[in-house]
Ligand binder design. Structure first.
Ligand code: AMP
Ligand code: GLY
Length: 422
């Protein structure tokens, strides 16, 4: 069959790479893709959020399976539009994707499903904020809608809280996405991600992972889309059953009850403290860079798994995972997550890829006259596999040491938290 992957990040490169190993796949398209996806797929210059053009293309090419990477097209109803035309597409429909598209909706679903999460208030106006935020000494202030991962402010005082509330409600820095806000209690602990395949009824957890959101070593500096990840995350060990039974299944049941059965990947961001955890957020898709450490460990044919989700037959699939660990180090442009330059030539890609158990997943890259140039904030993700996390980390950084571009920055401590933990 012909497969279309939507998106252009490291996540999509990892998905394209994995799909290229399926005997069932004859041809892969990636829209818009990057220099890395071009190795396995034909890149198509359609922006990921142009649903109409994507639909036209899929119909023309008779695409047998479309896989959606980023959240925006999901929240904007790409799955609904494809299904109306009889096309098979992996991901939640707009109603179900609201679990990521609206933080207020996500909180409401968690409350109804009995999922443990931070105490919160939904606020729509500045007067309401002044009246009802008195109880919060510290808080996470969040734009309700999608804000490319930038809509969360961690506030450590009353004045910081009101500052963030003002920016969102009056400054409208995220436009309508911030016209309703969620203010919640600050949680303490360590974060981890767990992704699950869902078919509307059944849920199969993937192996755990941990993202590194801050730009600098030791979790310092600004929040980013993610500077690296590793899998499995020992901090999640022993919690899987509880995550399935107290988080994933109740949420699936609640969404089905609301007429929005969830099919696709459900991503739970957890805050873990000891053996207890609370849910920080849900995403309606594969994580980035979590996918770059989880998917290389999946042994099943990905097409079989994705189709089982679409067809409600996930109970027939036995997920198999490669033993050992994976570690992904993100190489970013100078200035990221703020402003950065593009168009710097990347050296050493072939040398890095030549190492056994090293994969180079492209994110913001493009091909120009046979040269690979930087084309985004997060440029590459170098994944190392290993029998242990120590070996996976060493392999990832061996790959990194081969690569260079002007202004390249990366964290030196990806996976460090897992060392010494069972
Ligand atoms: P979210 O998009 O809701 O996951 O928020 C982005 C990031 O902000 C999370 O990954 C956490 O690092 C942080 N964060 C969000 N909510 C909270 C909270 N209630 N307490 C502490 N940190 C939070
Ligand atoms: N790595 C965080 C995310 O994909 O949202």
């Amino acid at each position: 069959m012909k497969v279309l992957v939507i998106g252009s990040g490291g996540r999509e490169h990892a998905l394209v790479w994995k799909l290229s190993q399926s005997k069932r796949v004859k041809k892969i398209f990636c829209a818009p893709g990057n220099a890395g996806t071009a190795e396995f797929a034909e890149n198509v210059p359609i922006p990921a959020d142009d649903i109409e053009a994507m639909l036209k293309f899929a119909l023309k090419e008779k695409i047998g399976l479309t896989v959606v990477g980023p959240e925006a097209p999901l929240v904007n109803g790409i799955v609904d539009e494809f299904q109306k035309k009889g096309l098979r597409i992996f991901g939640p429909n707009a109603k179900a994707a609201l679990i990521e598209g609206s933080k207020a909706f996500s909180k409401e679903v968690m409350a109804a499903a009995g999922v443990k999460t931070a105490a919160y208030k939904v606020i729509v106006g500045i007067d309401e904020a002044q009246m009802s935020l008195g109880d919060f000494e510290k808080a996470a202030v969040k734009a309700d809608g999608l804000a490319s991962g930038k809509g969360v402010f961690i506030c450590n005082s009353k004045s910081e809280i009101m500052g963030a509330v003002n920016k969102l409600l009056q400054g409208k820095i995220f436009g309508d996405a911030g016209s309703r806000i969620v203010v919640e209690e600050l949680l303490e602990g360590e974060e981890a991600s767990i992704l699950a395949f869902c078919d509307g009824k059944n849920v199969k957890l993937m192996v755990s992972s941990q993202d590194h959101k801050r730009i600098f070593d030791n979790d310092k500096g600004a929040n980013t889309g993610g500077m690296g990840a590793y899998s499995p995350a020992p901090i999640v060990n022993g919690l899987e059953k509880k995550i399935l039974q107290k988080v994933m299944l109740p949420v699936m049941k609640e969404l089905a009850k609301r007429g929005a059965p969830y099919k696709g990947v459900l991503y739970a961001g957890l805050m873990i403290k000891g053996k207890d955890f609370k849910v920080l957020e849900f995403n309606a898709r594969f994580g980035d860079p979590e996918t770059q450490v989880v998917i290389p460990r999946l042994e099943n044919d990905l097409v079989d798994v994705l189709e089982a989700c679409i067809d409600g037959k996930l109970d027939k699939i036995d997920l198999k995972w490669r033993e050992g660990s994976a570690c992904c180090v993100v190489l970013a442009s100078k200035g990221y997550p703020g402003e950065y330059e593009k168009g710097k030539e990347i050296q050493g890609l072939a040398n890095a890829k030549a190492f056994k158990d090293v994969f180079v997943f492209h994110a913001g890259t493009k091909l120009e006259n046979g040269r690979v140039l930087t084309n985004g904030g997060r440029v590459l993700g170098v994944t190392g596999l290993g029998k242990s996390i120590k070996e996976a980390i060493a392999n990832a950084y061996t790959g990194v040491s081969q690569i260079d571009f002007e202004g390249m920055q990366f964290r030196h401590d990806i996976g460090k938290k897992a060392l010494g933990r069972k």
